[in-house]
Design a protein around this ligand. Structure first.
Ligand SMILES: NC(=O)c1ccc[n+]([C@@H]2O[C@H](COP(=O)([O-])OP(=O)(O)OC[C@H]3O[C@@H](n4cnc5c(N)ncnc54)[C@H](O)[C@@H]3O)[C@@H](O)[C@H]2O)c1
Ligand SMILES: [Zn+2]
Ligand SMILES: [Zn+2]
Length: 378
């Protein structure tokens, strides 16, 4: 099998997106690995398309600390090619979306109906193992390669836990299905599950990558009265309007646009950047009783300093949202239903498709904001 393996991180210096450097540094090595067979509870999946998310870039630049070497990639679609012992509800040939939290079904979070926060999944995702056993990936010389979030999708094949897939209808185009496992699940869920936006509310979305744009689509879908989409990259603004935003602008425009649309603040602000400064700004942009949803993943050393009185004094809430607080087996079919009805234009998130050998160029394209979602074929 073929996979893209990260052996060492390449930190981005400075804070602004840097000029192309991954193209030169080539941190991801596309190489042959021994293709493992699925064990009990696992599946072998032929990956059709994988998709590059900012969280992959954050592993490469060291902001998401993961054990290396690791075969990266966590957003993908494929077909089941082999089924391990004990799996009775998935068959060879099934069309599957891969999801990055393989929920165990039995921990405190799973038992309380919040599988995206599964304790066991957090443990194995952190160690680079799989839900049903130790990491399986090996180089031909026998070196262990860690799995990324139970998926390792920048590859032509993956062995994953049964719990890492959701079976979808055969006719869903792979270029659409590929983005449901992370971007769509995360952005939609932040609005529908975490904030529980209702018709008529005002919503501001900060950060118009695929995650933020999915939040824009969700807010529009629920009938939010205004959807204000903010990104310093003007190249993202038309796309946000196409996704259903009612106003777009840069961070400098945010206060004015929010005042025009929602008076003293929006009901809900979604932070899909990963910046403490933007989280703090969002708290300032919500009205009394409003909620900020923190979706972006800041560097682990980053700290948030905000006026403390606004919580009790103005009833503001700061809510974390991992994988959109999703129940993937419930939410992916639900969102695909919206897509079928023409209410969720997920195609807009797909910028282009490239061979997996160009994955390093893809890191530069994402870092510089040239692409929303670039899909890869091994
Ligand atoms: N919580 C989760 O489960 C989860 C899942 C997936 C991704 N993420 C995180 O969500 C974030 C977004 O992911 P993505 O793949 O959409 O990223 P992306 O790089 O495609 O998009 C981020 C966008 O933020 C914009 N931005 C930068 N500074 C900004 C500012 N000050 N104000 C407003 N916008 C600003 C950039 O121009 C860019 O368009 C990342 O931090 C990623 O790691 C979280
Ligand atoms: Zn992701
Ligand atoms: Zn669990």
């Amino acid at each position: 099998m073929k996979a893209a393996v990260l052996y060492s991180t390449v930190p981005r210096t400075g804070t602004a997106p840097q000029k192309p450097s991954y193209t030169d540094a080539r941190p991801l090595v596309v190489q042959e690995l021994d293709g493992p067979e699925p064990r009990a509870g696992e599946l072998g999946v032929a990956i059709t398309y994988s998709s590059l998310c900012h969280s992959d870039l954050s592993v490469v630049d060291g902001s998401r600390v993961r054990p290396l070497p690791m075969a990266l990639g966590h957003e993908a679609v494929g077909r089941v090619v082999s089924v391990g012992a004990g799996v009775s509800d998935v068959s060879v040939g099934d069309h599957v979306v891969l999801v990055f939290v393989p929920s165990c079904g039995d921990c405190r979070a799973c038992r309380s109906g919040r599988p995206a926060l599964c304790h066991r999944a957090a443990e194995v995702n952190g160690s680079g193992d799989l839900l049903h056993g130790e990491a399986l990936l090996r180089t031909p010389s026998g070196e262990r390669i860690n799995h990324h979030l139970g998926v390792s999708a920048f590859a032509d094949y993956a062995v994953v836990a049964r719990e890492s897939v959701v079976v979808i209808d055969d006719d869903v185009p792979d270029t659409v299905g590929a983005m449901f496992g992370c971007a769509v699940l995360t952005g939609m869920g932040a609005v529908l599950n975490t904030a529980v936006v209702t018709a008529g509310q005002s919503v501001a979305v900060f950060g118009l990558g695929a995650v933020g744009l999915s939040a824009v689509m969700a807010a529009s879908l629920t009938g939010a009265g205004s959807v204000i989409a903010i990104d310093p990259n003007p190249g993202k603004h038309q796309l946000a309007l196409d996704c259903g935003a009612t106003a777009v602008g840069t961070p400098d425009d945010a206060a004015r646009l929010i005042k025009e649309a929602a008076g003293d603040g929006v009901d809900v602000a979604i932070e899909a950047v990963g910046s403490p400064g933007v989280i703090a700004a969002c708290l300032g942009h919500v009205t009394r009783g409003g909620a900020v949803v923190s979706v972006g993943l800041p560097h682990p050393s980053a700290e948030l300093t905000v006026p403390a009185l606004q919580f009790a004094g103005a009833g503001k809430r700061l809510l974390g949202s991992y994988m959109g607080d999703a129940v993937p087996g419930r939410d992916i079919p639900l969102y695909l239903g919206y897509w079928r009805e023409g209410r969720l234009p997920v195609e807009l998130l797909h910028t282009d498709t490239r061979p997996l050998t160009e994955i390093n160029e893809g890191l530069d394209a994402l870092a510089s904001g040239q692409v929303v979602r670039r899909l890869f074929q091994a």
